[in-house]
Design a protein around this ligand. Structure first.
Ligand code: FES
Length: 149
């Protein structure tokens, strides 16, 4: 094997380092007053004008970004004026949910097209809650989530 013949995928993050499937599943988006809020991302660090754009046109703007919170990859998504936090690794074969198409309250995985409801994590065809979802809120420019570890 020739080490100098590097594959472009070798530099990609190794997704199996973050075994989301070992974390508890959650279909609950209700905030739990006993749990801390964890910072997921700061909108000002993504784009200094992003928070203002989302606030000024909440119905027309969409946003999705993959973040690591604790040891879990999340897809943080804004659509239709609401924030959503969903397990960032697709239940099918591990596709990057945050890179999917977001519309009409759903995200479509970019790898094979499985589609999930943002609010429930249910796969839209079989209505099974395959993706965990979590409480999420905006606190100034910081997007925060709650998770049980
Ligand atoms: S990995 Fe997401 S649809 Fe296949």
């Amino acid at each position: 094997m020739n080490d100098s013949n590097s594959d472009s995928h070798e530099d990609a993050p190794k997704r199996d380092l973050y075994p989301n499937e070992l974390a508890p599943t959650s279909g609950n988006r209700e905030a739990d007053p006993t749990l801390p809020w964890l910072a997921a991302l700061d909108l000002n660090e993504v784009d200094p004008g992003l928070a203002e754009r989302l606030t000024s046109a909440p119905e027309s703007e969409t946003f999705a970004k993959e973040v690591l919170v604790g040891n879990r990859i999340l897809a943080v998504i804004f659509e239709g004026g609401h924030w959503y936090a969903m397990d960032g690794i697709c239940a099918h074969q591990g596709g990057p949910i945050a890179e999917g198409h977001v519309a009409d309250g759903c995200v479509t995985c970019p790898w094979h097209g499985w589609q999930y409801e943002l609010a429930t994590g249910k796969q839209t065809i079989n209505q099974q809650p395959l993706q965990s979802v979590f409480p999420i809120r905006q606190n100034g420019s910081v997007i925060e989530v709650q998770m049980t570890e």
